[in-house]
Design a protein around this ligand. Sequence first.
Ligand code: IMP
Length: 188
Amino acid sequence: MIQPHWRLEQLETFITEEQIQQRVAELGAQISEDYRGKDLLLVAILKGSVVFLADLMRHITIPHSVDFMATSSYGAATRSAGIVRILKDLDIPILDRNVLIVEDIVDTGHTLNYLRRMLLSREPASLRVVTLLDKRARREVDVPLDYVGFEVPNAFVIGYGLDYAEFYRNLPYIAIPKEGFFDEPPEE
Ligand code: IMP
């Protein structure tokens, strides 16, 4: 088994673990208040949102259920056309349910825009979005965000579920790689 090098010294912490935990608690409290007395289904988008989901759902103090979807974008050309491949669909119907999409980061907005349109066609009672990070400067398609954790600049960020080449998802904070980080592949 090849062990990737962490190269943590080449990462700059952008959002600390404490800042994330505080903001996730606030989001959980707000969502609990907004959906009180309603049926709530969290739809998490794999894999990036699993860490956020795990923390967020423990701060949601009303009954709710969870389901997962997995997507993958095609190549650059079809991506800008907003076509997203569904690798895993929901296990359950969402007709008349209050659905809250849980995203890690909204970048160009194509993934979320496609998912929203697809889920809306299934006629949920409501459809909202919570995203931990909003990379607004990169947006190519306008997509409504109901709950946002933090805005991030136009940089590649990793940690707290977000990966580089499938690694670094387990960092408890959000980091921006420093110059030179991408010069070497993650494995050696
Ligand atoms: P969009 O369709 O361009 O909005 O892309 C959203 C998806 O791209 C996210 O759910 C992430 O999986 C991935 N992504 C976008 N920006 C980053 C980043 O800075 N780090 C890690 N993954 C990212």
